[in-house]
Design a protein around this ligand. Structure first.
Ligand code: 3PG
Length: 213
């Protein structure tokens, strides 16, 4: 799958809703109800980070949830890409980008949202054909002001920023013409998951969904 084809697929994912939940799942039993709660609140695109032992099984469990579009985050190596694809992830997200990771996504046919944080990193990915990129860690790297500035010389690259974004500052990003959506973990707090309070998560998702529109 070429970088251009990957970016076209990433664009579709990023246009589903203003927020992509970034999920850290510790308990496999949480995966399906969590996905249902987020989809019910209006957030269908879900990023499951490969940061816990159950992450791949969580992707498998969530892939069956109606209306959900499940991807794998924290992809660092070609092995991560293979495992994510095998688990049923339909898109991938990485904090940065290496040649080995990009090649694995091309070979495996997994649309990647590759991370970039400087003008040069953005340009290197653009040169390869990636027009949809992740900006991470967003708040720590200059936030919405940085993205607004980079939109002047490089307007053809669109971003999904993540890192330090919440209901409070999401609009600062979403109001920019080069921002497709934002990613964040605030819609799936650990406490609500531990308590099985799926209604609370649906409410957070609905608030996030209402950020645009
Ligand atoms: C991450 O990689 O953890 C994401 O960027 C989410 O960051 P957040 O927890 O600050 O929303």
């Amino acid at each position: 799958m070429t970088p251009a084809e990957q970016s076209a697929a990433s664009l579709r994912v990023c246009q589903l809703a203003p927020v992509v939940p970034v999920l850290v799942i510790d308990d496999l039993a949480h995966a399906a109800p969590l996905a249902r709660a987020l989809v019910a609140g209006g957030l269908p695109a879900l990023e499951v980070t490969l940061r816990t032992p159950v992450a791949l099984d969580a992707i498998r469990a969530m892939a069956d949830v109606e209306g959900g579009v499940v991807g794998a985050g924290t992809l660092l190596t070609p092995a991560d890409v293979k495992a994510a694809k095998r688990a049923g992830a339909t898109f991938g997200v990485s904090p940065g980008a290496t040649d080995a990771l990009l090649k694995a996504c091309e070979d495996e046919g997994l649309p990647l949202l590759p991370g970039a944080v400087t003008a040069t990193e953005v340009m290197v990915l653009l040169e390869k054909g990636y027009t949809v990129q992740k900006f991470f860690p967003a708040e720590q790297s200059g936030g919405a002001a940085f993205l607004k500035s980079i939109g002047s010389p490089i307007p053809q690259v669109k971003f999904c920023p993540t890192g330090g974004i919440s209901l409070k500052n999401a609009r600062d990003y979403l109001s920019l013409s080069n921002i497709l959506c934002v990613g964040g973990s605030w819609v799936a707090p650990k406490e609500a998951m531990a308590a099985g309070d799926w209604a609370a998560i649906t409410k957070l998702a609905a608030e996030a969904c209402a950020l645009r529109g």
